[in-house]
Design a protein around this ligand. Structure first.
Ligand SMILES: *Cc1c(COP(=O)(O)O)cnc(C)c1O
Length: 366
């Protein structure tokens, strides 16, 4: 079976983890600082604050914005549930804009329609490795005095007109096991704002400035050096990782773009895609429905995934939540029924790619 996701660690990770183990200092320390510094250097961020996971990163980013009860955050309903959980954990109210079908990301035109006097934050999610259309979001945020928080959990190193994900004020990344860079669990927050960075560092460590000097109510959001040791070598290799994912995506696009009922993903002009997922849409024109497609691929030894089977606002737990305001999102409602992700990871061989392509073609009857 060709898996939809794999984890690959090299000699360097083993060496570095051993180094930390032998040092006996396994909590937050120099390796975390090194991971933060290197990530900032590579992806244009003056401040990087590592935390224990990507959900915490989102929560912390909103907590330091001092959101008040009733303050609204506009996001996409087509995301991993962590985005919504973080908004609720931070005490804010979640509202939703529709998405675009060409990049699966929040539609700035829909956001503009849904901004209210209570809106404080625009929270685009850069889904599957490609950034949202940032220019109109920035224009809207500037006009209305809003913050932008980018959920870049799936988009390390993705870019929009030469600017990296996470460089529009506040950004968050996940280092979970399935992400493009992983420490098992882990998260990063990026910002260009000195004050926000300072507050994030305090918040992460019990609100403590110096030993037992508490300046704010804080928490324990720390990452460990053991985890950071796993991440550092992956950063050094990351350009190759993205190049391999890009060439895999190119192969899949070339092999599948003429298949009736299968719409291949597009890398939009001006955007650097890091291909966290390769997500096609199975339309009504296809010979088999999306769910049957997944099963038929599995029978042919090709793993695939549905990210995500429902919109976050489709679940009763959230529909009935007093701080969730569901909205009419026709594009997202359609797209969620069509998406199917195919393997695009770095462990794929040439033969694997050929197999994925021929399996999809066979199932689609092309
Ligand atoms: C993975 C993910 C998160 C959460 O990250 P964790 O590290 O798993 O907590 C948040 N948002 C999106 C879009 C994600 O894919």
């Amino acid at each position: 079976m060709i898996p939809i996701t794999t984890v690959e660690f090299g000699e360097e990770e083993q060496q570095l983890v051993l180094e930390v183990l032998r040092s006996g200092a396994v909590a937050q320390g120099p390796k975390v600082a090194q991971l933060e510094g290197r990530f900032g250097e590579l992806f244009g961020s003056p401040h990087v604050v590592a935390v224990n996971n990507g959900t915490t990163a989102l929560i912390a980013a909103m907590q330091i914005l001092d959101l008040q009860p009733g303050d609204e955050v506009i996001t996409t309903p087509f995301t991993f549930v962590a985005t919504l959980n973080a908004i609720l954990e931070a005490g804010a109210t979640a509202t939703f804009a529709d998405i675009r079908s060409d990049d699966f990301n929040i539609d700035p035109a829909s956001v503009a329609e849904r901004v209210t006097d209570r809106t404080k934050v625009l929270l685009p999610v850069h889904l599957y490795g490609q950034m949202a259309d940032m220019d109109p979001l920035v224009a809207l945020a500037t006009e209305r005095g809003l913050r932008i928080l980018e959920d870049s959990a799936q988009s390390h190193g993705a870019s929009y007109k030469g600017k990296y994900a996470g460089s529009y004020g506040l950004g968050t990344f996940s280092l979970y096991a399935t992400k493009n860079i992983t420490t098992g669990e882990g998260g990063l927050i990026t910002t260009d704002d000195d004050t926000l960075a300072d507050r994030l560092r305090l918040l992460r460590n019990q609100g403590m400035r110096a030993r037992y000097v508490y300046e704010m109510a804080g928490n324990n959001y720390r990452l460990t050096d053991l985890q950071a040791a796993l991440g550092i070598p992956q950063l050094e290799r990351y350009a190759q990782t993205v190049a391999k994912r890009q060439s895999n995506a190119d192969r899949l696009i070339e092999g599948l773009s003429d298949v009736p009922g299968v719409i291949v993903p597009r890398q939009l002009n001006g955007r650097g895609h890091v291909w966290h997922q390769f997500t096609v849409r199975i339309t009504d024109e296809a010979r088999v429905g999306r769910d049957a497609f997944v099963e038929a691929l599995a029978e042919r030894g090709v793993g695939s995934g549905i990210y995500y089977p429902k919109l976050v606002t489709d679940y009763d737990a959230y529909r009935s939540h007093p701080r969730v305001i569901p909205a009419d999102v026709p594009v997202a409602t359609q797209v969620v029924k069509e998406v199917l992700s195919l393997p695009v990871h770095t462990a794929l061989s040439d033969a694997d790619l050929t197999e994925v392509i021929s399996a999809v073609r066979a199932v689609a009857g092309a």
